[in-house]
Design a protein around this ligand. Structure first.
Ligand SMILES: [Zn+2]
Length: 490
């Protein structure tokens, strides 16, 4: 007992100071990299640049590797995973130190209860959440949601959004292409976004259409921002059908024009040419048994061979096969098989439906952040590979971006969107969320058939000054904190 107490006393009395020396600093602002060191004291960055380790400082030799601020993922689906797998190895192994959950309109509820659980059982990384539009919509409308909400229902939803923001949410999220949110009209979303804006939040939207009507949907997210008077983010921006391929310039013109008018509009994108979602999003009309609509939906993504079934409870034997292959083996047309799968409860699919040209244009837009749209347990390679993929493939191999610009899109840009004044850059006083990686080897290893394969090249990750990742494994430390809107205010 005595030994334990004194050991504890000695530990807590010792200042948690260390210096990472011999690093190449990429500070998150986009400034050119430079050799240097960083001193960490009590979870925060003390000094940056030329740092002389003191006699009691522990020294970590970076051996010439890159030291950057921890990566901030503005669209992450680890809501439940953080509770069941708090070490989050697939996330920290990518260098992610802060995630924003509650995306696409679907959030934990009540927000306060969820955040309290995370506070009592902290994960390895920091967590923020949005309040979900579909979540509050269903709370008010129940199963009778397949229609526009009435004024009185919108009033009740407004109260729930206000509650969510009060309890710690930092944004309102929506998924207007999905089942519950998709029945709302613009008026309803504007009313709710206004409430989030009054609480100093922003609006992050999986917009109403990422296919043939992408441009209308982008104009809607802009209109919501302008009418509700709050910053907006077009999340996982993409052009997902044959009819709009190679038109990224037109999409960005809509967003640039809005910025020129004064709207704070940003985007985020994941680095893959295939999306992962429910099979029903292929059919915007939601007439899943209409052979004409279904045939068009399949053709729009380039055909049934571009659709990989990743989860189908009624027929696990379909998983990891394409819709085309299963249709052939069942002696059905892809259209008939699609309708059958929806009747049998639906499926998760990965659909190859984007072109690199558009992805590159979106990534090169200065206001696009890197996001994973992944998370713990995500059956898409982006769940384990996003950030290393950008660094390895887009920066090193294809040279779409400089290293400094890519890191800015992973750190200070999302930090500024999230109003995180003390994260996202290497500067004295900031929390010591840090990533040490090898720019010559960093790479994603996850694939569509092996979505959980860990990335390589991310050597060490610190969250709030504590080492959480020491490649190839988590250290077991769980220093993550909940970051809520209130806590950011003095
Ligand atoms: Zn989404």
């Amino acid at each position: 007992m005595l030994a334990l107490l004194s050991a504890y006393g000695a530990l807590s009395a010792q200042p948690a100071a260390f210096v990472i020396t011999n690093a190449v600093l990429v500070d998150g602002t986009g400034s050119p990299s430079r050799p240097g060191a960083v001193r960490v004291v009590d979870g925060k960055i003390g000094e940056v640049g030329t740092v002389k380790p003191g006699p009691s400082d522990r020294v970590v030799d970076a051996k010439g590797l890159v030291l950057a601020p921890g990566f901030i993922d503005p669209h992450n689906h680890s809501t439940d995973g953080l509770l069941t797998e708090p070490l989050a190895p697939t996330q920290i192994s990518q260098g992610i130190t802060t995630v924003v959950v509650g995306q696409d309109g679907s959030s934990p509820w009540p927000i306060g209860e969820y955040l309290a659980k995370l506070r009592s059982a902290p994960p390895a990384l920091n967590v923020m959440t949005a309040v979900g539009h579909a979540t509050v919509r269903q709370a008010v409308m129940g199963d009778d949601y397949k229609r526009p909400a009435r004024a009185e229902e919108i009033t009740r939803m407004e109260a729930l959004v206000a509650q969510g923001m009060r309890e710690g949410a930092v944004a309102l999220s929506s998924g207007l292409e999905y089942e519950v949110g998709g029945y709302s009209n613009t008026e309803e979303v504007v009313a709710l976004a206004r409430v989030a804006g009054r609480a100093d939040g922003f609006y992050i939207s999986h917009i109403r259409d990422e296919a043939d009507k992408s441009f209308e949907a982008m104009r809607e997210v802009v209109a919501i921002g302008e009418r509700a008077g709050l910053p907006v983010q077009n999340t996982h921006i993409k052009l997902g059908t044959v009819g709009v391929w190679r038109r990224a310039a037109d999409a960005l013109a809509i967003l640039d024009a809005a910025r020129a008018r004064g709207l704070d509009v940003t985007a985020d994108a994941y680095p893959y040419n295939a999306w992962s979602s429910t099979i029903t999003v292929l059919i915007p009309s939601k007439r899943y048994d209409d052979p004409v609509d279904v045939a068009k939906g399949l053709a729009d993504v380039g055909g049934a061979e571009n659709i990989l079934i990743t989860r189908h409870a009624a027929h696990p034997d379909y998983e990891y096969k394409t819709l085309d292959a299963v249709a052939k083996s069942q002696g059905l047309t892809p259209v008939a098989l699609f309708t059958q799968i929806v009747k049998d409860g639906g499926a998760s699919v990965v659909c190859t439906s984007m072109v690199d040209e558009d992805i590159r244009a979106f990534y090169r837009w200065p206001w696009t952040m890197v996001s994973s749209d992944g998370g713990i347990g995500m059956r898409h390679p982006r769940g384990a590979g996003t950030f290393p993929r950008v660094l390895g493939r887009f920066v090193r191999e294809r040279q779409w971006l400089t290293l400094e610009e890519a890191i800015r899109k992973m750190t200070s840009l999302p930090a500024s969107r999230l109003k995180l004044a003390d994260r996202g850059t290497l500067k004295p006083g900031a929390w010591a969320d840090l990533v040490l990686f090898d720019p010559a080897t960093v790479i994603d290893n996850s694939t569509f058939n092996d979505p959980f394969a860990p990335s390589s090249g991310i050597r060490s990750v610190w969250v709030n000054g504590t080492l959480v990742w020491d490649e190839p494994r988590p250290t077991g430390a769980r220093p993550g904190v909940v970051i809520s809107r209130q806590e950011q205010k003095p």
